[in-house]
Design a protein around this ligand. Structure first.
Ligand SMILES: [Ca+2]
Ligand SMILES: [Ca+2]
Ligand SMILES: [Ca+2]
Ligand SMILES: [Ca+2]
Ligand SMILES: [Zn+2]
Length: 727
């Protein structure tokens, strides 16, 4: 229930409350219409007297009462947010808080401000990571992902808006509020907007962590990320985060948000959809829980139906209050309730009105979003920052087919570049001075990309070799099968693309030690890697149209480091030349690690250190060639090794299966016997670059002599292909 107070219409709230009580009484058949009307008037008067009485008694009664209630709720459900508990504390510390809050709400013209103003407010953010052991020292990338969740949810760009039920779709809205990590610290120096402090206060944290580090809270939205939270009186319930509503003047040292590290973002240690932060920022911008005070009180928002108590899980039929008119279901989609993360997906127009009103008033949250503060915190577009840029970039798709156009994006950090010099050998155009250019690739191959960014303080260049891999539109080298043990050439190669999305120096590399088979494998220097960095190997296109079933297998050797055991391997398949990927298997924890807690750089020393995985890919048999991706997402553990990739198919015609055909010996001096194919079969020998070097029909002995230099070749007969080596 919302009271729409407005000057000159001061009788409205009474009418509203009276109306609700009247409707409640009449639906219960407790009185005639006239009696109910009289009764509702008396109840309203009585309510006001009780409220006044409670105000004077609150010091003695309300706080213990709230603590008792929170104990009950946490014992039953596990508490999610410490806001209500702390608001009682705020009211005690600031006796004027509640009346100022009421006045503020009364002054909001909900009908007017609901209209989209097309003014996007941008809030500068600083994230203080207060970490205890290594496991809670989350990566910059995870922090950026958490900010990305905020920007999606507050702009209604979240992927799950379609889950908003039609009864609420009309009030769900884009709040036009965005968040950006600060680029200048309070001293005016360049910053990533992320600070790190080691402290045992991170475990069972409370407001005391804010004494460790805090930036002026009128200029920055401070987020403290901690290991766990204990607000003293919350019993054994789990508080995931808490935040304070705007306190006029912001004269407090504790203003801001505290969130557990595992509720920040969706990657790294994040184990949710990241909505705890969305919820807490809602409080920070002035929102209450829709269930505040039960059916007959509420959050001052008419478009969030009353809810009797916090909603848990995702109960789509819940309707805990029937005093609303019309009687709507509980809005469990609302970010400000306690539903599961993947159940919530909306703010309402009235919530938007409250948050934006707080950003309109300078002594509440208004100063945060002034142009002056955008300059001070360095988030203003084209801000002049006192340091050189550090080049980085990303592309929407790094493995493409011939003729594809890709979008590059400047991701440089620290000082904002004033100019960009891109080079795209093999691309069209082959250079650009745009910030975010598009480039088309017309020829197959692996192509380098470099970007030099410059401003008045200096310049920086990032060159990445083989950054873009362009595949032929026709099926690749491999037909109805695939084998690679990295024996024949280094990577990247025609067979393998090396994806290094973070642009650092750590990527999959061929390694002549510690292999599983042959004389080579590939290694990722994960010991020195950053948490959440992703490094992948991607195969060439493999034609699988003749297959009936197929099975993909490889060997892997990975160890963890003390305190870091969150690495994982994700295997995915693409049927559209890398435009989209379906994940088919994730390897982590005991499934991943050959050995754990290795403090020094680790290498497999025996075959026992290697593990094997088999994945049935029969669902991906079809006319479209597939590509396979093996992505290693670092949890900061120890080194990782891969070898002996095999895609084994059973063919439809049952005459020739890749397992039945053998070329012996292999390697050889150039003379092979082809076992498993009938004499008379036509064959072609290709060089590794695709050049045809020989063709003919198998003779009676089914032997072939290849008159070419030593090297790596492909034998093809019909749909069957196999690599051969001449020594
Ligand atoms: Ca409401
Ligand atoms: Ca209802
Ligand atoms: Ca090998
Ligand atoms: Ca890397
Ligand atoms: Zn809350």
């Amino acid at each position: 229930m919302r009271f729409k107070f407005k000057s000159g219409r001061s009788t409205r709230p009474l009418k509203g409350l009276r109306k609700y009580i009247f409707i409640y009484l009449t639906t219960k058949n407790l009185c005639t219409k006239n009696q109910c009307d009289e009764l509702s008037k008396d109840i309203v008067l009585l309510t006001r007297r009780i409220n006044a009485k409670l105000q004077t008694m609150q010091k003695y009664i309300r706080l213990p009462l709230i603590i008792a209630l929170s104990l009950v709720s946490s014992a039953v459900f596990g508490q999610k947010c410490g806001h209500d508990q702390l608001e009682a504390e705020v009211k005690r510390l600031f006796p004027a808080f509640e009346s100022a809050e009421n006045e503020f709400i009364q002054d909001i013209d909900f009908d007017e401000i609901q209209k989209t103003e097309a003014t996007v407010y941008k809030i500068p953010v600083v994230v203080h990571i207060i970490w205890d052991d290594n496991s809670d020292n989350i990566s910059d990338k995870q922090v950026r992902d958490a900010i990305a969740v905020l920007n999606e949810d507050f702009r209604r760009l979240n992927a799950d808006t379609t889950n908003t039920r039609s009864i609420f779709a009309g009030v769900a809205t884009d709040c036009e509020i965005e968040f950006e990590l600060a680029q200048l610290n309070p001293q005016g120096n360049c910053t990533s907007g992320i600070t790190r402090t080691q402290s045992a206060l991170s475990t069972n944290a409370n407001n005391i962590v804010k004494n460790l580090i805090s930036w002026p809270n009128n200029k920055y939205m401070n987020i403290w990320v901690v290991n766990s939270i204990d607000l003293g009186s919350s019993g054994s319930g789990t508080v995931l985060g808490y935040a304070y509503k705007p306190i006029p003047g912001q004269g407090t040292t504790f203003d801001g948000l505290v969130v557990r590290h595992d509720r920040m973002g969706r990657i790294g240690t994040g184990n949710s959809a990241g909505r705890t932060l969305t919820h807490e920022v809602g409080h920070y911008l002035g929102l209450d829980h829709p269930f505040k005070g039960g059916c007959f009180s509420g959050d001052n928002c008419a478009d969030t139906p009353p809810v009797t108590e916090a909603s848990f899980g995702c109960n789509l039929t819940a309707n805990t209050c029937s005093n609303d008119n019309p009687d709507k279901l509980d809005q469990i989609e609302n970010y400000m309730d306690y539903s599961d993360d993947n159940c919530m997906n909306m703010f309402t127009q009235d919530q938007r009105a409250i948050m934006r009103s707080n950003l309109n008033i300078s002594n509440r949250r208004g100063y945060l979003v002034t142009p002056n503060n955008a300059s001070i915190t360095g988030i203003a577009a084209n801000a002049t920052l006192p340091c050189a840029p550090q080049a980085n970039y990303s592309v929407n798709q790094s493995v493409i087919c011939v003729g594809t156009t890709v979008q590059f994006e400047d991701r440089s950090v620290f000082g904002n570049p004033s100019s960009w010099q891109w080079n795209f050998p093999g691309g069209s155009p082959n250079s650009s001075t745009d910030e975010n250019p598009t480039v088309t690739y017309h020829y197959k191959g692996n192509f380098n990309v470099s970007l030099k960014v410059t401003n008045g303080n200096g310049s920086n260049t990032l060159l990445q070799n083989g950054f873009i891999s362009v595949r032929k539109n026709a099926p690749g080298l491999w037909v109805n099968g695939f084998q690679s043990g990295f024996e024949f050439s280094s990577i990247p190669s025609g067979t393998w693309h090396v994806e290094n999305t973070d642009g650092d120096n750590i990527k999959w590399q061929r390694n002549s030690f510690n292999f599983y088979e042959g004389a080579y494998c590939v290694k990722l220097d994960n010991y020195n890697n950053q948490v959440d960095n992703s490094d992948a190997l991607i195969t060439d296109k493999i034609y699988v149209g003749g297959a009936k079933t197929m099975n993909f297998s490889f060997k892997y050797a990975v160890a963890s480091k003390p305190g870091y055991a969150g690495d994982r391997i994700v295997v995915s398949v693409s049927q559209d030349c890398g435009a989209s990927w379906q994940s088919v298997r994730t390897l982590l924890g005991p499934l991943l690690y050959a050995t754990t807690n290795k403090a020094n750089p680790w290498n497999p020393t025996s075959l026992n250190n290697w593990r094997s995985i088999n994945i049935n890919l029969s669902d991906y048999v079809g006319p479209d060639p597939i590509m396979l991706k093996i992505d290693f997402i670092s949890g900061g553990g120890n080194n990782a090794f891969l070898d002996d990739f095999q895609l084994v198919t059973v063919l439809n015609n049952e005459e020739i299966s890749i397992q039945d055909v053998q070329l012996v010996p292999n390697p050889s001096n150039g003379i092979f016997e082809v076992r498993g194919l009938p004499s008379g079969s036509e064959y072609v020998i290709y060089a590794i670059d695709g050049r045809k070097v020989q063709q003919g029909q198998l003779n009676f002995e089914r032997s072939i002599q290849i008159e070419s230099n030593p090297g790596y070749y492909i034998f093809q007969s019909g749909d069957f292909r196999k690599p051969i080596i001449i020594q």
